[in-house]
Design a protein around this ligand. Structure first.
Ligand code: AGP
Length: 628
């Protein structure tokens, strides 16, 4: 057996596409575990399982496929343990090592059947550990990297579970969030974290452990967020925290802010539709108390810099991925236009690996709904390492990026369950505008201009409400185009990122091949693809560059492509001669991305719905991309 510590501080990013839940208390554990797993379904998974401990015995039920099937299997089980236990662990697995079948599903038992564990993450040196275990006559039965860890914990066990866990974790290279129990020590759960979130919810007479707040909020709001290399031991006496040397540590108890209803679908057909319609409220929450009309500025105390600090910022670098990167692009334009400050946005993976030039005068803004995206987190670490001022812009409170940046702005958008990001995008843009406004006011933006902009930001919820009022009209347009297999989105200026975002929304939920382009870029190649089968969504809102985009839309029409126009109210004439029109309220260029994006979200949603797609859990996608 290889007994060396394999440098487990080498963080690489971990799959928290999987979900973990653990329960210790007085109620029926299997019910709480299965319900917790259901609440984390949105993350994406392909198998699920639970293990309970009762009367000195462990019972495990697992299944490839949906939670519904797991629930039926648990209900039908003849194992008394599952119906009487008040202590257990559960897991949803998104396959990385090995097929999504029953053997590879978690929880994993060790060879003796006395130890059981759920694991999120990747054990990078699992082959080495597996070989060492084999030399000791311990055989693994699954193809997973995870199973070796519980075998190793069992191998390290003498008479205390947490000592065995810490011993085993010192031999592991990779990432983990785990919960373990053994029938040698009933009445105890041990959880640990390195690179994969673990939250401990402290209820009355019960403790709920999870990788995601959504499994905890029905039970309690008081939570401890584990830091990397923390270990929590849960017993009837409460929760004790240790480091991996098994020395006691203390961690703050924080209040989780999301309520239970926010994570339920209610009467909506899909979470995505619910979240689209929640945007007026979400944006209101994102801007509440953050606009100072007198001074024409924004109050973002979490940024923790004075006007003097703000005035000294030499450049803004925004890093993010996917939809968050698109929101960052809107921010880039706003920083340059309002504050006259050089700004760049970069795909976070590119930023982390290309050895970027970063100076202490740079403000690096890491933008991430989940706060867990591996590449964005790595970009944060790179920027911090290079001495930049690093701020986070996250939705998930207590997420890794929020904690590691230490300064930033929360979106307060409420939980976003649909894999396709909607309300997070519009709130990210709203917060970006406020950040730009705040910095702009320490520079060249006069107070009256700042006030005007603040008033427009304040009106955002109403503008979005108006677009939502167009839902049926947008649905009718969507139904006309649901059978196409290709689509283009074009825009300029502040609407260029929105064209990219519109295309991303459509492709991820409808599986239509959709591309967003700067309208001027069409002629440099993509126009070759246009035909009567390639609808083009042209963003023709009343902002600078509209006339040029109009010319580009005419070029599309001349190639027989059907053109769907997005136009400003009062300017409907620009849509003459084109095929379809979506009207949004007239507003200044920097404000336009928000109502326009909402219209494109509805368009994508209704197209996907007409095609019968699995909108909330599109194929191959997970809510947080925590692997490279
Ligand atoms: C959006 O619809 C996507 N599912 C995806 O692009 C997402 O925005 C991206 O993975 C970044 O996630 P984050 O905001 O949680 O960092």
């Amino acid at each position: 057996m290889d007994g060396t510590c394999l440098g487990f501080r080498d963080w690489k990013g971990v799959s928290i596409m999987c979900g973990i839940v653990g329960y210790f208390g007085k109620r029926n554990a299997s019910e709480i575990l299965v319900d917790g797993l259901r609440r984390m379904e949105y993350r994406g998974y392909d198998s699920a399982g639970v293990a309970c401990l009762y009367d000195g015995q462990i019972g495990v039920v697992k299944n490839p496929g949906k939670i519904k099937a797991l629930r039926e299997k648990v209900d039908a089980s003849e194992l008394d343990i599952l119906h009487k236990s008040t202590q257990g662990i559960g897991h949803t697995r998104w396959a990385t090592h090995g097929l999504p079948n029953e053997i590879n599903a978690h929880p994993h038992l060790d060879a003796s059947g006395h130890f059981v564990m759920v694991h999120n993450g990747i054990i990078e040196n699992y082959k080495q550990i597996k070989a060492g275990l084999a030399q000791q006559g311990i055989a693994c039965v699954s193809d997973t990297d995870s199973e070796v860890l519980i075998q190793l914990i069992a191998y390290c066990y003498k008479d205390n579970l947490e000592s065995a866990v810490s011993e085993a974790l010192k031999k592991v290279k990779g990432t983990y969030g785990i919960v373990v129990m053994t029938d040698h020590e009933p009445g105890k759960l041990v959880a640990a974290r390195c690179g994969s979130p673990i939250v401990i919810g402290l209820g009355k007479d019960e403790t709920v452990i999870a990788s995601d707040a959504s499994a905890i909020i029905p039970h309690t709001r008081d939570a401890i967020y584990l830091e990397d290399f923390d270990m929590a031991v849960v017993t009837a006496d409460g929760v004790q925290m240790f480091d991996l040397q098994h020395a006691p540590i203390s961690r703050e108890v924080t209040a989780m802010e999301w309520d239970e209803d926010a994570a339920e679908k209610g009467d909506y057909a899909h979470f995505m539709l619910k979240e689209i319609f929640e945007q007026p409220v979400a944006i209101r929450n994102a801007i509440r108390g953050r606009l100072d009309f007198d001074m024409g500025t924004a109050v973002l105390s979490g940024l923790d810099f004075s006007p003097r600090d703000a005035a000294q910022i030499g450049r803004v670098l925004v890093v993010g991925c996917g939809t968050s990167m698109h929101a960052g692009m809107v921010g880039e334009y706003a920083f340059e236009e309002m504050a006259g400050i050089p700004a760049e946005v970069e795909q976070a993976a590119e930023f982390r690996y290309r050895n970027p030039i970063v100076t202490p005068q740079d403000l690096v803004v890491a933008i991430s709904q989940s706060g867990e995206t591996a590449d964005t987190l790595a970009a944060v670490r790179e920027a911090k390492h290079k001495g930049a001022i690093v701020a986070g812009l996250c939705n998930v409170v207590g997420s890794t990026i929020a904690r590691e940046t230490g300064r930033g702005v929360y979106l307060h958008a409420g939980p976003e369950i649909g894999v396709a990001s909607t309300k997070a995008f519009t709130c990210q843009v709203a917060v970006m505008l406020m950040m730009a406004l705040k910095i702009a006011r320490t520079r060249r933006l006069p107070r009256h201009e700042g006030e005007k902009l603040s008033r427009w930001i304040e009106r955002l919820p109403d503008l979005v409400e108006k677009v939502l009022g167009e839902n049926e009209a947008i649905k009718a347009v969507a139904q006309k185009y649901a059978d196409h297999e290709n689509a283009f989105f074009i825009g300029r200026g502040y609407l260029f990122p929105v064209a990219l975002e519109g295309a991303l929304k459509l492709k991820e939920i409808s599986y239509i091949h959709a591309e967003g382009y700067h309208a001027a870029e069409l002629k440099h190649g993509p126009i070759a693809l246009l035909s009567e089968n390639t609808p083009v969504v042209a963003l023709l809102n009343n902002i600078p560059g509209k006339d040029k985009t109009l010319g580009n839309a005419e070029e599309c029409k001349a190639r027989k492509a059907p053109v769907i126009t997005v136009v400003s109210e009062g300017d409907e004439g620009v849509a003459d001669g084109f095929d379809d029109m979506i009207v949004i309220p007239d507003c200044p260029p920097c404000i336009a991305p928000i109502p326009t994006a909402v219209a494109l979200q509805l368009l994508a949603y209704h197209i996907a719905a007409a095609r019968g797609c699995e909108i909330d859990q599109p194929r191959n996608l997970a809510k947080s991309v925590t692997v490279e």
